[in-house]
Structure formats: C-alpha cells, structure tokens
Write a new protein. Structure first.
Length: 316
C-alpha cells in the first residue's frame, strides 16, 4: 500500500472554496447546479459508507439495494439522464465498439459486467452468437426492445451466474472501482472461471493517480462515493495474475486504433509518479499525454491449455 492509497480523505470545509473548486472541475457535460451536485454527493457518500463498512455477507444484498436507493434519491443522476438520450447513448456505444470491434465474432459469446443501460450489450448482439449482461440492479437496465440473443442476469456484486468455461469475451467499463476491495479478487476469479479457454476479459476503469473520478472529485482528494477503490495498472494487473490470467496487457489508442502492448511502460510511469510530491504527481497525471495513457484498459487472457500443449509438441 502506498502513500496515495493511505492519503487522508479531505473534505473542503469552506463553502466558497468548495464552490470555486467545483466550478473549476465541472466538465462541459455537467448540466446540474452546484446545489444538485452537493445533494448527490451527500446521498452517495452516505450510501457508499454503508457498503464500505458492511460485512461480506451483508454486501451480497447491499449492492443491489443501495444502488436502487441511489437511483430513487438522485433522479438527476448522470447515468439516468444519459439513458433518456438516444443520441448520447449512441456516441458512448460507438466509442466502446471501437475498442471491442476486433474481438467480436458471430461464433463468440459476449458478457458485459455492469452494463448500465445495456445499450452496448444490445448493439453487440448484432455481431456475436449470444450476449449476457450481469448487473446488481435491473432499474437502469429495463428496456422493451431486447434482442433475441440477449439475457440479463442479476448478481450479488461478486457472482457471475453463467456456466464455467462458457464465455469467449467478458467486458466491463467503469465497474471495478465500484466493487468493494474485499470482493474484487473473488469477482475476478469468477470472471476467470466463466471464460472459455483462450477467452479474454477487457476491463476499463479510471486510474487512481489522476482521481478521484466519482462524485467526490468535487469535494475530496480520495474517492468517497461509490468508487469504493480506484486502482493503478500496477495494482490491478497483480489482481488479474492472482486470479489466474496467464497474460495481462494494456490496450492503448494510437492514431484512432487500439493496439495491445505490455503493461511495463505504464507501470514504470506510475512508479515515477508515486515518488513525486503528491500535488505535482496529480497535476502531471491529469495532463496530456499521461492522462490518456494512464486510463486503465487492461486485457486478461485465460490460457488455452490444449493449444499451449499442441504448441509445445510442435517444438520437439
């Protein structure tokens, strides 16, 4: 554990300082007032604290109930607003398809963990044999236009309720940071077991070094909302390897295309940033080209034992 993960969570107490800081950080897509953002923050932090302090047994039901409560108490939640805009949904889907397109095949099965509105999963259904979406809540995923080869599965936050060795591609976007750190290893192991030999898991999640990235970014220096733990590439790649993935790579965007590369350059970059003063490190991590480089697109490959055995035989 390093000084970034142990850094004290600091809430800005001065109303003026808080408002000025919030205004500076508001992005162009944020349409809510300062008051609405503050109310969202207070609700989400209170609910997130319940999840952070819950036992493993309690978390099995809390993931679902607390997110349902958040959707009810914060009707202007950005994810709920985006669901109402087909045009915005399409833009988000196209950005994700760009990184997934080379992996999709009509003979493959696809599973998305934490699918949100399911807009991506519905679109992917046009290019693969079957699609599964695993989520803790059905509120955000409710839709009347469901593809025939699509199935929604509810989870306790850790489980992946599909047969072992049955899925070719698993994908998650902005999910890992929402999982309790004590549950992350179990969920990764469940994803690994769900994958067929040779299957791949592509995990997109923001990097802790330029966070926080949840609603607490307007108020705190460390995530205190439903981002229960934000990771670095270094930390997450270790979890992948411990879960059983034989190969772990990064997907980096170069000239409008995504290429696979070893994690070492990013791990080295993170190591350098960790030795710099915290404020300087955070500034550098949020500037180009480090910010896009640090965003985590981690690809884990489940070893195909039979194929590996055949390849070894060819050597002799």
């Amino acid at each position: 554990m390093d000084r970034f993960s142990t850094e004290k969570k600091t809430t800005l107490d001065s109303p003026l300082t808080t408002i000025v800081t919030m205004i500076k950080k508001l992005n162009k897509d944020e349409q809510r007032t300062v008051k609405q953002i503050r109310e969202h923050y207070e609700v989400e932090r209170k609910l997130a604290d319940k999840l952070r302090n819950a036992s493993r047994k309690e978390r099995r039901t809390l993931y679902s109930s607390l997110y349902e409560e958040l959707f009810r108490l914060v009707p202007d939640l950005p994810i709920l607003i985006r669901k109402k805009s087909p045009e915005l949904q399409q833009k988000i889907v196209q950005r994700q398809i760009q990184i997934l397109s080379s992996m999709l095949d009509e003979n493959k099965s696809f599973l998305e963990v934490g699918p949100g509105s399911c807009a991506l999963a519905f679109h992917v259904a046009n290019f693969v044999k079957e699609v599964y979406a695993v989520d803790v809540s059905k509120t955000i995923t409710e839709s009347s236009n469901i593809p025939r080869n699509f199935k929604l599965l509810l989870s306790d936050g850790c489980s992946i309720p599909v047969p072992k060795n049955s899925i070719d591609i698993v994908y998650s976007n902005q999910l890992m940071e929402h999982i309790h750190p004590d549950d992350a290893s179990n969920q990764l192991k469940n994803i690994f077991e769900a994958l067929a030999p040779g299957g791949e898991y592509l995990c997109l999640t923001p990097n802790r070094l330029n966070g926080p990235h949840d609603i607490s970014k307007y108020f705190d220096t460390v995530a205190t909302g439903f981002h229960l733990k934000e990771y670095t590439v270094t930390e997450l790649s270790m979890l992948f390897k411990n879960a059983g993935f034989s190969k772990v790579m990064m997907c980096i965007k170069v000239m409008n295309k995504y290429i696979r590369m070893p994690i070492f350059p990013v791990v080295l970059c993170e190591s350098i940033l960790k030795y710099l003063p915290i404020r300087l490190s955070h500034i550098l991590a949020n500037t180009y080209p480090l910010r896009p480089l640090l965003f985590i697109r981690l690809l884990g490959v489940k070893n195909d034992e039979k194929r590996a055995y055949r390849n070894r035989r060819k050597l002799y």
